[in-house]
Write a protein of this length. Structure first.
Length: 106
DNA sequence: GTATTGACCGTAG
DNA sequence: TCTACGGCCAATA
């Protein structure tokens, strides 16, 4: 795979099914890169259509909500998919967690 | 070309 | 338990 890590990140994020969330670290580990690349990729490439609202940090906290059009947009989108948000945090986060390493199994 | 930063994570004190 | 620091890759100034 000669694709850049960026392309891989977008590809993985796009593969996230509705009602599921993933973490920066999970994607980074799956791609063999560092979590910063994931967050930085989304922030620099917001022009690309990707369900970035399904990507949260290790604690299930919506850290990147501030980067969306509105601080509540991320929460609304997640709730729209059936994910409950409480205090800017994903409820049953571990259960809704979608890890590429587990789901894609390499 | 060098320095700093970024939507993070893990370990150490 | 909480706080602080390093690591990783790429982009911007």
């Amino acid at each position: 795979m000669k694709e850049r890590k960026f392309e891989d990140i977008y590809d993985v994020v796009k593969l996230i099914p509705e009602g599921r969330v993933t973490t920066y670290g999970a994607i980074a580990r799956y791609l063999g890169s560092s979590p910063r690349l994931v967050g930085w990729a989304l922030n620099s490439r917001t022009d690309i259509l990707i369900p970035a609202h399904r990507v949260v940090n290790r604690n299930g906290l919506l850290t990147g909500k501030m980067h969306f059009a509105t601080a509540t947009l991320m929460q609304e989108l997640l709730e729209q998919e059936g994910i409950k948000i409480e205090n800017d945090k994903v409820v049953d986060f571990q259960r809704k967690l979608w890890d590429p390493e587990i789901e894609l199994k390499l």
